[in-house]
Design a binder for this molecule. Sequence first.
Ligand code: SF4
Length: 209
Amino acid sequence: MERILKTLFNLNRNGFDAYLVENIEEAKTLFIDKILDTNKHLTASYADSMTMKTCGVLEYLRGLESVNVIETFSADYTQEEKIAKRREALLSDIFLTGSNAVTMNGEILNLDMIGNRVAAITFGPKEVVLFIGVNKIVDNLESAKQRIKEIAAPENAIRHTKFKTPCQGAGICLDCDSVDRICNVWTLHEKCFPKGRIKVILINQKLGL
Ligand code: SF4
């Protein structure tokens, strides 16, 4: 628990609005009661995150008449349409996703294939909400990078069966040159500017990759 509380403290010290909840149900409640403001969040969008999807917040938003959810992953879209929607998502009022690692010093590290997730976290949407399980907490940036390359990236590649990468068979990262390589863009958020634009919901469960 000490690691979690230290991470929470340092995230807030670094300008993120960070919260700690016990489980995914509490994460959803916190999002609805304390973060979502349907007077100003008229458009919402998201990037791939198993943790965020598990919390059920997308279904909740889709059920609201007052919020237009910009869908970015519909199977009905062509690749061109998906990219167009992901560009549109960068101007949403509120953007939901997750992260690959958070350090006890309150830094957030991510690795993307295309970059639509890390772009949105960095700039564009007025507010961003990151749903992060405590299994993503690591000691420092070195261990954050190690966690992503050894766990998150190969397991994500295995999850996306349409991509053909060598880690899918090997189970470990081989630093490939594949055209399907999912590891292309790193971002490090040391602090949040403007203060509070990025909300972090730390969930005291093992969630996501
Ligand atoms: S760099 Fe290539 S081999 Fe390594 S995890 Fe990413 S996709 Fe897999």
